[in-house]
Write a protein that binds this ligand. Structure first.
Ligand code: SF4
Ligand code: ZN
Length: 419
């Protein structure tokens, strides 16, 4: 692998060679995000005269001010101006932060949006790492990799709690606006889906297929975003896929998708279903916002988000699930998906859809309340929200079953999940 240090002015080595590198417990100096503190990323378009190219602002203490083992909050706010730049490109640039920060030797980056996690090693600190280097890297690489659309890049790093909270609230509103861009579209409306193979550096056989009603499992790319990414980079990781002949309308399987996936996974994955987690689900990589799992004795499913650290009724915590499922394999009975996907129209529709959902962490449930209400009503169960158990009801199937029975959860009267 090529290590490219010449063009990026930081004291650490930099390049794809370091992308898969972990920062383990004994090597860790400080960290942010990962359920311990807030860590948020936001890219926004700016006017040409509004920003200064190459400027990196650090608002608050640097990592050099922290003691070993400490945690800190972080907001990474990137402003981009360019004659050819469009608001539609923001999510694409934002998703680059993940691998670009990972390219820095001794720094590890996991996740995206408002659930990012950055671990900084002792080795990086010894070399003189400063949070400002994140800005230096993003400025340099955005210019290098996106010449056509980028003229100016300014990066602000926030490390004071009140600033991070402020940028997080703003970012969440932006994510919502982006997510809702595909809300009025259905999979039947289009002949073209898009692939995403951005994660193959971590999960070599993993191929996300993104349709209007299935955003990428990281939550960062929806159908519109993939279309925009293809426009920017026609030979890049987001390619149009002609759906082709429909093999199974209920489970969501198409000939054109299968052929694409087989090629893009170099034969490792021959086919998968968009709308099922029970039968040959889509492959899962470690970036997923949530992982759904079957709960056979409740005749339903549960899902858990990255930000919930506790035990779940499937017997595994999120981190364990991600460790088992996240390598890019297809794991029947489990599937990685985005938060937004839970309330999209085709979510595991082949298995009964959202009406199968019997358990979610309280935090995730509350975050999606309005959308669960709307989707439940559309599926004929307007009070679905109140029938879904959470950790306050129980964290085992035995604990939540009496609650589901008492509430008359629709999953209990559906056809057997495995049959
Ligand atoms: Fe692309 Fe899927 Fe990775 Fe998201 S999780 S960046 S959609 S491959
Ligand atoms: Zn991934």
């Amino acid at each position: 692998l090529k290590v490219n240090v010449t063009e990026i002015d930081i004291p650490m080595a930099f390049g794809p060679a370091f992308e898969g590198e972990r920062v383990r417990g004994a090597d860790l100096h400080v960290q942010c995000g990962g359920g311990k503190t807030q860590c948020t990323e936001l890219v926004k378009m700016a006017q040409m005269n509004e920003i200064e190219d190459g400027k990196v602002i650090l608002e608050g203490p640097d990592v050099t001010d922290l003691k070993e083992g400490e945690t800190f909050p972080l907001g990474i706010y990137v402003q981009i101006a360019g004659r050819e730049f469009q608001e539609d490109f923001e999510p694409i640039m934002e998703r680059q932060i993940h691998h670009l920060v990972n390219y820095i030797q001794g720094i590890m980056h996991i996740g995206q949006r408002d659930i990012s996690w950055v671990r900084i090693s002792k080795a990086a600190m010894e070399k003189g790492f400063s949070l400002k280097h994140i800005g230096v890297v993003l400025h340099a690489k955005f210019h290098q990799d996106f010449k056509k659309i980028v003229d100016k890049v300014q990066v602000t790093l926030y490390t004071k709690t009140e600033d991070v909270d402020k940028i997080t609230a703003r970012a969440r509103a932006e994510y919502q606006t982006r997510d809702s861009r595909v809300d009025s579209m259905t999979d039947e409306d289009v002949e073209i889906f898009y692939s995403c193979t951005l994660c193959q550096s971590f999960a070599p056989n993993h191929v996300c297929s993104v349709s209007p009603e299935r955003t990428g499992l990281c939550g960062a790319y929806n159908w519109m975003d993939c279309r925009a990414a293809f426009e920017i980079n026609p030979t890049g990781p987001n390619q149009p896929i002609e759906k082709g002949e429909c093999i199974d309308p209920k489970l969501g399987q198409w000939k054109g998708v299968n052929e694409f996936v087989q090629k893009a996974s170099r034969g490792a994955v021959t086919h998968y279903n968009f709308y099922s987690m029970v039968h040959d689900p889509m492959t899962t990589c470690g970036c997923c916002e949530c992982i759904a799992a079957m709960l056979p004795s409740c005749n339903g499913v549960m899902t858990v988000g990255r930000d919930y650290p506790g035990d779940t009724p499937c017997g595994m915590k999120f981190t364990t699930l991600a460790g088992v499922m996240g390598g890019g394999a297809c794991s029947p009975g489990f599937v990685g998906h985005s938060k937004h996907n839970i309330t999209q129209g085709k979510f595991i529709l082949g298995d009964g859809g959202l009406l199968r959902m019997v358990w979610m962490p309280k935090m995730l449930k509350e975050e999606l309340k309005d959308r669960i209400d709307a989707r439940g009503a559309a599926m004929g169960v307007p009070d679905l929200y109140d029938k879904i158990a959470d950790e306050t009801v129980g964290i085992t199937e035995e604990e939540i079953l009496p609650f589901l029975q008492e509430k008359g959860h629709p999953a209990l009267s559906m056809e057997p999940l495995i049959g």
